[in-house]
Design a protein around this ligand. Structure first.
Ligand code: SF4
Ligand code: SF4
Length: 159
């Protein structure tokens, strides 16, 4: 008897669940303007991501291939999981003085949690969050990026 009761209850709940779903489907079938899902990637060109969306850390460069990174390593120290590795070098100034400079800014996108701590720690606003998000690659090594461009240098006036 209890088997029959369970069976009827299961059938009843299944039909009820189906009808609830169909009612929702029917509603949106007749109310097109209220649909909030988007056809990705067809809408890629019109994508409007929220302002706070964080996709990856990048280092902006100007038209003269200059950046604002002094190589101070504050971002590396602030990062909680070793995503950033700063390799520094010494440049010789026109006056003949040795000055610390960035050699390579290594960023492990596969480790980054987008916590933003590195951005907040940077005293010269040298890095920022980009809104890129299509990061799929076939080779994991492509996640390891060098953020300073080849032959780039520190922007004049940034200390
Ligand atoms: S966003 Fe967070 S996890 Fe990613 S590099 Fe910056 S500090 Fe590290
Ligand atoms: S990005 Fe900013 S915090 Fe990181 S090494 Fe360069 S100047 Fe320092």
């Amino acid at each position: 008897m209890s088997f029959l009761r369970n069976y009827i209850s299961t059938v009843y709940n299944s039909v009820r669940s189906l009808l609830i779903g169909m009612r929702r489907t029917g509603y949106y079938f007749t109310h097109h303007k209220e649909i909030i899902t988007q056809n990705y990637p067809e809408n890629r060109d019109q994508l409007n991501l929220p302002e706070r969306f964080k996709g990856e850390v990048v280092m902006p460069h100007n038209d003269n291939n200059e950046h604002r990174c002094t190589g101070c390593t504050a971002c590396e120290l602030a990062c909680p999981n070793g995503t950033i590795k700063i390799i520094t070098k010494f440049d010789i100034s026109p006056e003949g003085k040795k000055k610390k400079a960035i050699d390579t800014f290594i960023y492990h996108l596969e480790l980054c949690t987008m916590c933003n701590l590195c951005i907040q720690a940077c005293p010269t606003d040298a890095i920022k969050m980009a809104q890129t998000f299509e990061h799929s690659v076939y080779d994991r090594s492509e996640f390891i990026k060098t953020l300073n461009k080849p032959d780039s240098k520190l922007m004049e006036g940034v200390e």
